[in-house]
Design a protein around this ligand. Sequence first.
Ligand code: PLP
Ligand code: COI
Length: 354
Amino acid sequence: METMTGIKTTLTRNSKLKEVDFNHLEFGKYTSDHMLVADFYHGQWNEPQIVPFANLSMSPTALCLHYGQTVFEGMKAFRMIDGRVNIFRIDKHYERFNRSLRRMCMAEIPYEIFEEGMKELMTLDKNWVPNQEESALYVRPFMYASEARFGVKPSDEYRFIIFTGPVGQLFSKPVRMKVEREYIRAAKGGTGSTKCGGNYGGAMYPTKLAKEQGYDNVIWTDAGEHNFIEESGAMNLLFVIDGKLLSPPSSDSILHGVTKDSLLTIARDTGVDVEERPISLNEVKTAFKKGTIAEAYCVGTAAVASPIEVIGIDGEDYHLPVKEKGIVAGLKEKLENIRNGTAEDIYNWNTIVG
Ligand code: PLP
Ligand code: COI
């Protein structure tokens, strides 16, 4: 079958839709019925196809398995109150995907394949978009080096895939974060601002240690002195100190988050005092001592905006009150209203696929 945009499509004969309990969605557990696949070889992208979600086959020498040329994006599609489906900020995720690909010396993907392919896939699997509160269809575009060759070099062949899967809340309760002062996630000049797989692999051991100590995740600090707050495992950070909404500035060691950008855009436009600037651990400790820190949040596509209840610094736990009606909770509500169609999409963030 060919779709309206001419993408060759093979439909699944075994939909898994009925096997999913949409009221108990575990993050990362379920995948929808179809995926989009496109291959790059001989210097060009070939026609994408939509096929049933299935395992991949590759050579043991495929370069991605050895030297880390893998890049992904994390996006969401939402069910709107009128029943239609909306993909959030495609262009911003596309830009970041290509930025990551350039840094990892991989072939860039044309906008038509990324956007049209995603819209087509979403139209086909739109019944997979949950309508439960705090749930969404997670959209995972990714690319890997598929050339079979084991010398160290940039691959000449790549595979681009988009799959999707319904997800619920990442964190069901406020989180406990450990400030990491021994290991680092990223350094100036490194790959921290990209979504390459290695950033996540390198974070796993320190995160495991933090979990063993009773925390949910780590807050990374700068690679030089471990004195400035960067971001969390898969989330950016927001603080409310002295009535101001603060976040570390984007840099090449921090992922430029789309959720953070969206929340700060709404904040600035609704009169919240926003500062993106370096935040030292001393400033945070002093704010706890003086009682001037009111809120701390992890923000990201998967986490949306999750309140932090404990920040552990050098073995001491600092506790935050969790407020239902704070500044960030208000911004989160405004963001959700844009996504679900309750509020006007004044920023053109929604792509409605019907
Ligand atoms: N930081 C890291 C390391 C991430 O993996 C993510 C998730 O994508 C974020 C921050 C938040 O970015 P976004 O809001 O674009 O999902
Ligand atoms: C996201 O928030 O989209 C992420 O990429 C987090 C992910 C690593 C689960």
